[in-house]
Ligand binder design. Structure first.
Ligand SMILES: Cc1ncc(COP(=O)(O)O)c(C=O)c1O
Length: 383
């Protein structure tokens, strides 16, 4: 065995891997699986998106460019204009990615100098696990900031000494796992902080289009300098398997990112970009998906109210962040549900320093019909 990077063993297994194991255990016992775990909903990718991909597979498919096709960049610019009223230059301010996760993992490499004293990457805790991992593999000091009850990240309240050592801040609104939405007034304060301290501020907006009532704002509406946003087609358009997203914002940062990403050759294939172009150009299918997730949310919220379970945030995303009753042991609670074939994520999977304990996350993955059917089982197990 070669000598390995000790980080691999220091970090726990990536949550998706552990959740896949739990799902397999249910299948092995021959139980019907009720899967609320990984955020990979069962609804089909709209047909026009699949057709756009199929029509774009050429007899010979060469290497894709790091910048992606001008068609997909223009479609993204059109989306940002329709959705947020933003005017971005598709040539200089938009960069397609192979999904959002790889961008979460790789972007810290743009700013982190592993030998520097100031190499902190801040991120919300609980939060999407890849923020911590990308920062650590880049050689940064990963600092999860515990969120208080409303799950809004307010880095301007942090000690000046920590901010002085910070090179990058991740925001995430709407927030995974809680579903909380950060208001524009708070986003403005974050932009001021980043510009004052030469910090790269990146807002992960992977769930921007999956909301209940009010469309959540974008960080780019609060400012552009030192600022990027990250979007994804995975949940918006049902394209988890396509691996398609984009970074957009400060042209100077995008320019340097292109240079960084040319090293590993990070780029979405052209036929995926063709499908992405179709998806970003259309809002109708997103409204349909929003209605489906709303219905799933409504059914489960009614059940949890009936059972006296408390649900936090939940203004957006495809998740419900549920307080564990009794002793608050999220691991034991998830294990109890697993016995009956119901897979949920223990909240601790989203935390670094104990954040997330006492909660479980339910992803609105099963179909509306399956969720209706699962209510009887949940009532039996939790009632
Ligand atoms: C907050 C957040 N960011 C990014 C991602 C990754 O998205 P993608 O499927 O585009 O890699 C996820 C996926 O669950 C997520 O929850």
């Amino acid at each position: 065995m070669p000598r390995l990077n000790p980080l691999l063993d220091r970090l726990s297994e990536y949550p998706v891997v552990e959740l896949e194991r739990r799902k397999q255990a249910v299948r092995d016992r021959g139980l019907p699986l009720v899967d609320f775990s990984v955020g990979d909903p069962v609804e089909e990718t709209p047909d026009f998106i699949r057709q756009a991909l199929l029509a774009s597979v050429p007899p010979r498919c060469g290497y894709p460019t790091i910048s992606g096709s001008s068609g997909v960049r223009e479609a993204i610019a059109g989306y940002l204009q329709r959705r947020f009223g933003l005017d971005l230059d598709p040539q200089t301010q938009i960069l397609p990615t192979a999904g959002a996760k790889e961008a979460v993992f790789h972007t810290p490499q743009l700013v982190i100098d592993p030998a520097a004293e100031d190499r902190v990457v801040l991120f919300p805790d609980p939060g999407y696990p890849a923020y911590q991992r990308g920062a650590l593999f880049a050689g940064g000091e990963a600092v999860g900031v515990p969120l208080s009850g409303d799950h809004i990240f307010r880095p301007w309240l942090l000690p000046a000494e920590l901010i002085a050592r910070t090179r990058m801040i991740w925001l995430n609104t709407p927030h995974n796992p809680s579903g909380a939405v950060t208001p524009l007034s708070d986003l403005r304060r974050m932009v001021d902080l980043a510009q004052e301290h030469d910090i790269l501020l990146v807002c992960d907006e992977a769930y921007a289009d999956l909301y209940e009532d009010q469309p959540p704002p974008s960080l780019l509406q609060a400012g552009m300098e030192n600022v990027l946003v990250l979007h994804s087609l995975s949940k918006r358009s049902g394209m988890t398997g396509y691996r398609s997203g984009f970074l957009a914002g400060d042209a100077a940062v995008i320019h340097r990112l292109r240079r960084l990403r040319a090293n590993p050759g990070l780029a979405a294939p052209d036929f995926v970009n063709a499908a992405a172009e179709a998806a970003w150009s259309d809002d109708g299918h997103v409204a349909e998906r929003r209605a489906i997730f709303s219905e799933k949310r409504r059914v489960l919220l009614a059940l949890f109210e009936e059972l006296g379970l408390e649900v936090l945030g939940s203004q957006a995303t495809i998740y419900l962040w549920v307080k564990v009753p009794g002793d608050g042991d999220d691991d034991a609670f998830a294990a109890r549900l697993l016995q009956d074939g119901v897979v949920v994520s223990p909240g601790r999977m989203f935390g670094v320093e104990g954040a997330g304990h006492g909660y479980v996350r339910l992803a609105l993955v099963p179909s509306v019909e399956e969720i209706h059917a699962a209510c009887a089982l949940l009532r039996k197990v939790l009632g």
